[in-house]
Design a protein around this ligand. Structure first.
Ligand SMILES: [Fe+2]
Length: 399
């Protein structure tokens, strides 16, 4: 049964074993789970210009457009583009109708994540449990059908204006959801370009207000049956360098991982405070994309114009780092050239790097992560990383 759930979980031309290596799955028994989640179903964005943003994810992130909804398909309110890379699915929405409610969201938050949609086997069971635990049900369970079958969906409220739509797509063969048609983008990847730049979503981080982190950790525990992951980062990262606290929750098989950050008081303005100010409240801060070749991914993205945080040379020249990380699959010089960070724990190591914010506001950004056994989040890199983030904050006049 455990295997079934795992092997079945939203995996699209990425094998179970690959996925296990990429995002660090664990065995678990879904029959004891009050809210069994199979996988991320989609990360849904509202942006100011979905037409252009969808193009950005194709040429800069190597994603493939597979679906579309818009005026031509009977959706007069907005355009929506469905993009895939391995098992990861993004949906990018932008208003067409000047009265679209998406514009209210965009006015308040700028480009951002509205929905971290989850694939579940039993929508009704999950909603019943969530309701009994006091969750706000935004959409009651209901069927949506077209000629490709039926999906059962519902939605619950998460932090800020973020929601979790629950999707049971076991009776559906269409490209995404009813209302969407299969449609490729006009962008053609250059001859010889890698097939894809990442294979899965590793984790999605939420920023919440001061004092709210534990509330949301308990929300995911109680309402959604998520477990606390081994890595609890607490006081050790609330230093004068960057003031934040972070805890991580995950679904039973660790396919879905949600770190939660809150600002902490320090000498300088927390990067979380900057986010909360410019996002207009809590929201999704970064999405980590799992790649099996981070050097290639960084090279490709950089060539397409994606900007990454700089890592100081001192990070690589520090003898403590070399002692701490030991042998990794690429020479340190190659990592240094690209600004890729390394962290090691008792299970293995990981390579990671962070982009600068990808929109106009200093809010949403991306992480690339290549795991080699480590189930962590790069705790050993926080200090180096925060110093880099703070240099950027200072340039924006927000420190
Ligand atoms: Fe992360």
């Amino acid at each position: 049964m455990t295997e079934m759930i795992n092997r079945d979980s939203g995996i699209d031309d990425v094998s179970f074993d690959q996925l296990k290596q990429l995002v660090g799955l664990v065995d678990y028994d879904p029959s004891r789970d009050p809210f069994p989640v199979r996988a991320m179903d989609a990360v849904v964005f509202v942006v100011g210009n979905a037409t252009q943003t969808a193009l950005f994810y194709q040429f800069a992130f190597g994603m493939e457009q597979v679906g579309y909804s818009g005026p031509e398909t009977g959706n007069r309110d907005h355009k929506a583009f469905v993009l895939k890379s391995g098992s990861a699915r993004f949906v990018i929405k932008g208003a067409v109708d000047p009265k679209s409610p998406l514009l209210d969201h965009h006015r308040a938050h700028g480009d951002g994540v509205v929905d971290l949609a989850l694939e579940v086997a039993d929508v009704d069971k999950c909603i019943e449990h969530a309701r009994s635990q006091g969750a706000t049900v935004l959409e009651e369970p209901h069927d949506v059908s077209d000629e490709h079958g039926t999906v059962r969906v519902a939605a619950i409220a998460a932090y800020g204006q973020t929601r979790h739509t629950l999707v049971d797509r076991s009776r559906y063969q269409g490209v995404y959801l009813p209302g969407y048609v299969a449609k490729k983008g006009s962008y053609v990847r250059p001859e010889g370009a890698p097939k894809r730049l990442f294979q899965a979503v590793d984790h999605c981080v939420g920023n919440v207000e001061l004092g709210q982190m534990d509330y949301w950790v308990q929300f995911y525990n109680r309402v959604m049956g998520f477990v606390n992951m081994a890595e609890f980062v607490g006081d050790d990262i609330a230093t004068e360098y960057s003031a934040l606290m972070s805890k991580v929750v995950a679904n039973g098989n660790h396919r879905v991982k949600f770190p939660l950050n809150e600002p902490a008081v320090s000498k300088r303005k927390s990067q979380i405070d900057e986010y909360l100010e410019f996002y207009g409240g809590p929201g999704c801060q970064h999405i980590a994309l799992a790649t099996n070749d981070i050097l290639m991914t960084v090279d490709q993205m950089r060539a397409a114009g994606v900007e990454f945080l700089d890592t100081p040379d001192s990070y690589y020249d520090d003898p403590e780092l070399r002692a701490r990380i030991g042998e990794v699959r690429a020479p340190i010089e190659e990592l240094k050239k690209r600004g890729i960070l390394v962290d090691r724990d008792e299970d293995g190591y990981l390579l990671q790097i962070f982009t600068k914010p990808i929109g106009d506001r200093p809010t949403v950004f991306y992480e690339l992560i290549e795991r080699h056994g480590s189930l962590g989040f790069g705790k050993g890199n926080f200090k180096a990383l925060f110093e880099a983030i703070e240099r950027e904050q200072e340039r924006r006049g927000n420190l």
